[in-house]
Design a protein around this ligand. Structure first.
Ligand SMILES: C[S@@+](CC[C@H](N)C(=O)[O-])C[C@H]1O[C@@H](n2cnc3c(N)ncnc32)[C@H](O)[C@@H]1O
Ligand code: SF4
Length: 430
């Protein structure tokens, strides 16, 4: 899960007001019911080497002591949060970053033990981890398997060497293949590969080759992100040779080509940027109109609350969003002081909650009930999109045209009170 506006997929990064502090956040979390199902997200903000395209909240470290220290703080945050939380049943867990693969096996096991003694992790819980194929080994994979990890998402981005040089991310096909084999040997069989289009020196031909290699690896899921070039937010992206970046038309061609090629090769397109095998739970949920979406992306079954742990992570509660401080020092100071490291948040109004439901349903391509009186202005603003056959409004329901799934965000944006026009064109610039 990402802590800047999600590259291509998230319709509406919540517009935070500073109206929620640590105390209020304790109250909000304690209002969760014991039957509520939780999803937990852990942000590990460290990597060994900087990829110049990276938009994630991470920093480069050489030694291991900062990671050791961080894992101790994360444990304390888990214990603190579990004490406040009214709910403790966990169905989903996700380790993201940065690179969670930087954690040594003993520390990972230790952390999982703390989690299990503070939360009731269901036997069939989905436990996912993001893997940098360059910083993983057999021992780490075994510790994931032993601790119940059943999903792995590997950062691939692109297999072309010229592209890899331009983004400072060198990893061969054989390296990725080898990691996937090790994961299968450890019985971790749900594999996602991350690809990016819109990177420097990419052409339709290089994209095709990267997808061909990806298909040979036979992943269950493929994420296809549009490169978000935001050097004003991520200074290191200035190292990317801008003159070699594809222009917006070329990006669109790449995306269309990739969608088409992946679907012709047996993958089903989910939402904006995910492709899965037809027997994957997401494809089945989409077919049955049961697809859901949360901060971690598409899911079959939305949790009642998502609790984020670690620097910069975001929590989604039934009536609020909260964000931990992105500042490492502040994070350390809060935890050492026995406080939740909440930096900001927003309490949702009833109108926000209704809009959130509508936006989520649109993003999942679901038939969505929208009251004509209440949302008259929004519905009127859909006229052009209705004319373009991207969406239809009939008998009080919005009906999305599945073939136009990459346009869903345009529809969703009409229901977002907080999204400014300029923000939308920025996030659209994929
Ligand atoms: C936290 S990383 C994945 C794990 C690990 N750090 C790695 O890179 O292998 C999450 C994913 O975000 C995507 N990503 C990062 N920066 C991006 C950007 N500027 N634009 C689009 N996608 C980006 C990449 O596909 C990356 O694999
Ligand atoms: S390894 Fe992943 S998180 Fe780290 S810099 Fe590269 S893309 Fe970003």
């Amino acid at each position: 899960m990402e802590q800047i506006p999600r590259y291509t997929s998230y319709p509406t990064a919540p517009n935070f007001h500073e109206n929620v502090d640590g105390n209020l956040s304790q109250n909000l979390t304690s209002q969760l019911q014991s039957k509520d199902i939780l999803s937990l997200y852990f942000h590990i903000p460290f990597c060994r080497q900087l990829c110049w395209f990276c938009g994630c909240h991470t920093k480069i470290v050489n030694g291991y002591s900062p990671i050791k220290q961080y894992m101790e703080l994360l444990k304390q945050e888990v214990i603190m949060q579990a004490n406040y939380s009214g709910a403790n049943i966990v169905k989903y867990m996700h380790f993201g970053g940065g690179s969670p693969t930087i954690i040594e096996p003993d520390d990972f096991t230790n952390f999982m033990n703390v989690l299990r003694s503070n939360y009731d992790i269901l036997d069939d819980a989905e436990i996912a981890i993001e893997i940098d194929p360059r910083t993983i080994n057999k021992e780490k994979i075994l510790s994931y398997a032993t601790n119940g990890v059943n999903r792995a998402s590997l950062g691939v981005q692109d297999f072309n060497q010229q592209v890899q040089r331009a983004i400072n991310r060198h990893q061969s096909y054989d390296l990725v293949k080898n990691v996937i084999e090790k994961l299968h040997n450890a019985n971790i069989n749900e594999i996602n590969l991350d690809l990016i289009y819109g990177l420097p020196f990419q052409t339709l031909e290089t994209i095709k080759k990267t997808i061909d290699y990806t298909l040979k690896l036979d992943p269950n899921r493929i994420s296809l992100f549009g490169y978000a070039h935001v050097p004003w937010m991520k200074k290191h992206q200035e190292l990317i040779p801008t003159e070699a970046l594809p222009n917006p038309e070329q990006r669109m061609e790449m995306f269309d080509f990739a969608c088409d090629y992946l679907t012709k090769n047996g993958y089903v397109s989910i939402g904006l940027d995910h492709f899965v095998k037809p027997d994957d739970s997401l494809a089945i949920a989409q077919e049955e109109q049961k697809l859901q979406r949360n901060f971690q992306g598409y899911t079959i079954d939305r949790a009642d609350a998502l609790l984020g742990f670690g620097v910069s992570s975001i929590s989604t509660l039934p009536t609020a969003y909260l964000q931990n401080t992105p500042n490492y020092r502040e994070y350390v100071a809060s935890i050492e002081n026995g406080d939740l490291p909440i930096a900001r948040g927003i309490e949702l109004t009833n109108d926000d909650i209704k809009r959130r439901e509508i936006i989520m349903s649109i993003m999942c391509g679901l038939k969505t009930k929208v009251c004509a009186n209440e949302f008259a202005t929004e519905l009127a603003s859909l006229a052009l999109l209705i004319k373009q056959d991207i969406v239809n409004y009939k008998d009080g329901f919005l009906i999305m045209n599945k073939k136009e799934h990459h346009q869903f965000r345009k529809v969703a944006s009409k229901f977002d009170t907080y999204l400014k026009d300029n923000q939308f064109s920025f996030s659209q610039a994929v």
